[in-house]
Design a protein around this ligand. Sequence first.
Ligand code: ZN
Length: 177
Amino acid sequence: MDISRLLEALDFAAVRHSAQRRKGPDAAPYVNHLIEVASLVANVGQVDDVDVLIAAVLHDVLEDTPTTADEVTERFGPRVCRFVRALSDDKSLPRRERRKIALDELPQAEVLVRVIKLADLASNIKLLPPNWTEERKREYLEWSEHAATICSPSCLALAELYWERAGKTRAKLEQEG
Ligand code: ZN
């Protein structure tokens, strides 16, 4: 049952994000990121709560696609929807404001939300989009490290992975600059 629900979420996310690509140099299909985040939560974070893994798969579906919260509740239940909502920014706001709000909200978020967020940050910090300016990369790195500092106590194994990756990205940026 749990595996079926997880596969349904993967199928749903793959369809909803099908037109979207990652901002990396290979413009990978967006679903690669969703699979990585869910896999990190399960295999590094050692989380076996299927609602959390489903929320990891769906963590960008409200923010980046026309999917509604009602739809997520109907298909995957209110608990999954609550997690996904907590992980979604309001895209109608400017980027800097969205990031500030995220930092304000993370300390109050549920532990499991912070675990998914940490996996998301670890996925995103691996490789910053090559077409970003150096200033934008630095700004993102600062924000990401700030968010990860808030989330790190929620899952030490994911925190270790995040800080290892962030360290490499920071070193690369300093080399470039
Ligand atoms: Zn994400």
